[in-house]
Ligand binder design. Structure first.
Ligand SMILES: Cc1cc2nc3c(=O)[nH]c(=O)nc-3n(C[C@H](O)[C@H](O)[C@H](O)COP(=O)(O)OP(=O)(O)OC[C@H]3O[C@@H](n4cnc5c(N)ncnc54)[C@H](O)[C@@H]3O)c2cc1C
Length: 608
């Protein structure tokens, strides 16, 4: 292996991932009757095996995948993926990796979503563009399992679960991005049964490709009698090749890729414009029940996207750390000429590396916390326990999608900084990390939309009961032992400051949501960041406490916790002003911005 390749190698952090599973309660999940067939040692063995696959088979496809990209042939609408993808995908399917969390009734492994998340992290670190194919396919499995008819499940699930057929999610249209109420794709009923679907969908991930025998598109569309808005949307299966009653492949359907996007990153993932021209379609679930069905799946997918932040940052961190050890510049304090120091010895470079390392740990813990509750919400035998867990899933999902992806991108940018000018050069490979790592902040609902969801829908539920309970739990952790001898004194002090601010801002926003909604919306992103930093600080304290209690293990967890607290959590207090400054500070005219009287400025008007 060449030096350059060594720098880029991916070594899956299996111990850290297992720690995240343990801290967030994998034992509690595995004790549920639904997981009688799984124990912790099986989970550890699966993680080890998948780590080898991710590192040895998938990670080497990453660079070339970025360079070659997916290619579109306008003469026949075909899409060719980078050459290294097909052999790796074949192995993925043959080993059954796509089926680990799928229902056992259809040939899946029936593992908890928490374990699926752990595998997903490694796959995304190995090659984010490649990983999106299984992400979308597993989302299709979730959707068909929850909403498909027994007949649809029997015909589609077995082959989608293995990955022989892949899945897509078709929501976005040229005029309908964040605003799905504007979806215009039409579905009309056919005499004698079935539907025909027409319209254009854009940005469809892995909408067309050469890796599978069939592609199962799940499409939001509007029926002729539908009410306006999202309430009028229905969900349809539109397979690339029709599927007969016995599950056999039929003729090509009238759905075509008419182009792929040239993007900033994830070049190996084809992002397709799809044209539906009277395509044969099957209704999934109830007519006009499309948005509800899609959201069951999207809420799960948001956690999968959340882990992409730590996942890209982890790979960037490994690269930056190796580079820094081998790069000599200047002298650290106390080193005498002619010796020079590796840049790792300079405090500012150490700060960058530790910032990456600790925000990756905290982001991973946060997504695992939300996914843990998701497992309980689905599989707990007790209805009250399921309901209580679902409240936590709902509250945590927007912050577990947005904060780790924001933090992951910032960490990746720090990684580029560690490499200096070399990082800015494509040849280094770090530039690809930054380009790839930008997309999780946008898709599956932009991070701005997550903040709005958090503040306007999730916080006010039940008068803010769930968030207040969580704040109380965090405050109790911050209240733990302090004193010169306790290694967590500084960390707890930072956490106490942050949770105090979180409580204050939460109370104010809960009032503003009703009384001054624009003020609440204006502070939503700052609030989400404050919430994320506080949750991250809390989880890092719990991690350090757990390691301390497990005396045999030792390790730098308390120091990592203190670093995260002083570098990241401590910044939470500064968010009180942006979170509460209200909408008045936004009343500086920008082009087309709404004026106080509700009128709009003429197009092209400039800020004054
Ligand atoms: C690489 C890639 C892959 C994708 N894959 C898929 C896929 O497989 N399937 C699919 O259906 N879609 C997919 N998408 C689409 C993606 O989900 C959308 O891009 C995303 O939801 C944002 O929609 P938009 O691009 O239309 O932005 P817009 O909705 O136009 O938003 C632009 C900006 O305005 C903000 N904004 C919009 N509305 C509001 C509001 N009400 N309040 C405050 N701020 C607002 C947004 O936060 C954003 O910052 C993909 C996109 C990309 C780039």
């Amino acid at each position: 292996m060449a030096d350059g390749d060594d720098l880029l190698a991916y070594r899956p952090p299996v111990a850290d991932i297992l720690d995240a599973l343990d801290l967030t309660g994998i034992d509690e999940v595995l004790a549920l009757p639904a997981f009688d067939h799984v124990d912790r040692s099986t989970v550890a063995a699966v993680l080890d095996e998948f780590a080898r696959f991710a590192a040895d088979v998938v990670a080497p496809t990453d660079r070339m995948g970025d360079r070659q990209g997916a290619r579109f042939d306008p003469t026949d609408g075909s899409v060719t993926t980078p050459a290294s993808f097909a052999p790796a995908f074949k192995q993925f399917v043959a080993a059954g990796w796509g089926a680990v969390t799928a229902p056992a009734a259809y040939g899946g492994g029936g593992f908890p979503a928490s374990v699926g998340l752990a595998l997903q992290e490694m796959l995304s670190s190995a090659n984010l563009a490649f990983s999106l194919n299984p992400v979308l396919t597993q989302s299709a499995v979730e959707l068909l399992t929850a909403w498909g008819s027994p007949d649809q499940q029997a015909r589609f699930l077995p082959r989608v679960i293995t990955g022989e057929w892949t899945g897509t999610m078709n929501l976005t249209e040229p005029d309908a991005g964040s605003d799905l109420a504007a979806v215009r794709t039409q579905a009309v009923p056919v005499d004698g049964g079935g539907w025909r679907l027409s319209g254009t969908k854009i940005f469809i991930t892995w909408g067309e490709h050469d890796l599978a025998d069939n592609i199962v598109h799940l499409v939001l569309a509007r029926t002729p009698d539908a009410p306006d808005g999202t309430r009028g949307l229905s969900l349809f299966i539109v397979p690339k090749f029709t599927v007969g009653a016995d599950g056999a492949l039929g003729r090509p359907n009238a759905v075509h890729c008419i182009g792929i996007e040239e993007k900033l990153g994830i070049h190996g993932s084809p992002t397709c414009v799809m044209s539906y021209d009277d395509a044969e379609a099957e209704l999934v679930g109830d007519r006009h029940g499309g948005i509800r069905a899609m959201f069951t799946m999207m809420n799960a997918a948001r956690l999968t996207i959340g882990i992409q932040g730590p996942s890209v940052a982890e790979r960037a961190y490994q690269h930056a750390r190796r580079y820094a050890d081998g790069r000599y510049q200047g002298r650290a304090t106390g080193v005498r000429p002619p010796a020079r120091s590796p840049i790792t010895d300079h405090p500012d470079v150490r700060r960058l590396l530790l910032s990456m390392r600790t925000s990756t740990l905290a982001g991973r813990l946060l997504v695992h916390l939300a996914t843990h509750h998701r497992d309980l919400a689905r599989h707990s035998p007790d209805a009250d326990a399921r309901a209580a867990a679902q409240v936590m899933v709902d509250l945590l999902t927007p912050v577990a999608k947005a904060w780790p992806t924001d933090a992951g991108f910032a960490a990746t940018s720090a990684g580029l900084q560690v490499l200096g000018g070399v990082g800015y050069v494509e040849e280094s490979g770090m530039a690809q990390r930054l380009r790839d790592g930008r997309i999780p902040l946008i898709y599956e609902g932009t991070n701005g939309i997550q903040a709005i969801d958090l503040v306007t829908r999730k916080l006010p539920r039940d008068g803010g009961r769930a968030i207040r309970q969580l704040i109380d739990a965090i405050a109790r952790s911050a209240d733990g032992p302090t004193g010169a001898d306790d290694p967590l004194t500084v960390s707890r002090a930072c956490l106490a400051d942050a949770v105090g601010v979180l409580r204050h801002v939460t109370d104010r926003l809960l009032v503003a949501v009703d009384d001054a909604p624009d003020d609440a919306l204006a502070g939503a992103s700052a609030y989400l960041e404050l919430f994320g930093l506080t949750l991250g600080g809390w989880l890092m304290v719990r991690r350090a406490e757990r390691v301390a209690a497990d005396g045999a293990r030792g390790g730098p967890a308390a120091l990592e916790c203190e670093f995260f607290a002083t570098e990241h959590t401590a910044r939470a207090v500064g968010l009180v002003r942006p979170a509460l400054a209200g909408a008045r500070r936004l009343d500086i005219p920008v082009s087309g911005a709404r004026q106080p009287d509700g009128a709009r400025q003429p197009d092209g008007a400039r800020p004054t």
